[in-house]
Design a binder for this molecule. Structure first.
Ligand code: ZN
Length: 149
């Protein structure tokens, strides 16, 4: 995101919108962009510096470390803040700061059930195993009963 200083009035400015994801060139097997970056930022100019703060969110497709399935997760940065000294150019590029903020908020060990809207297959397999074990316990008991008769 590039901001021209003439865009920002003395009383500040709020800008909300979407733009192309700043992390596209960092895509890999484990992370893919799943949409555009959404921002809701307040801007101001004070004391020869530009400041901006607000929130960012970026949908990404991650790979679950448990089941290795891909899932979409909204990376949220609720307290994004930058303060940049103004020297020379009247246009300030916030893209590097935004990219850094999104990367900082990426989960290091993503689990597909972290948002609570799906069940991780890896965990389901574990539960199924436990169920089978419980069943075999009961069948052993049944055999005992038969022998008593
Ligand atoms: Zn999973």
């Amino acid at each position: 995101m590039k901001v021209h200083l003439k865009q920002i009035p003395a009383q500040g400015l709020n800008m909300e919108g979407e733009e192309d994801s700043p992390i596209q060139e960092l895509e890999s097997e484990e992370i893919r962009c799943a949409g555009r970056l959404h921002y809701d930022l307040d801007f101001g100019v004070a004391g020869g510096a530009l400041w901006a703060n607000g929130s960012l969110s970026q949908p990404v497709e991650l790979r679950c470390v448990s089941c290795l399935e891909n899932f979409v997760h909204d990376v949220r940065a609720p307290a994004f803040a930058v303060h940049m000294e103004l020297r020379g150019p009247e246009t300030v590029d916030l893209t590097p700061s935004m990219r850094e903020e999104i990367l900082l908020n990426l989960p290091a060990h993503p689990h597909c059930d972290r948002d609570g809207d799906r069940v991780c297959q890896a965990k389901q397999v574990k539960t199924a195993e436990q169920d089978t074990r419980r069943e075999s316990d009961w069948s052993a008991l049944d055999k005992l009963k038969i022998q008593k008769r």
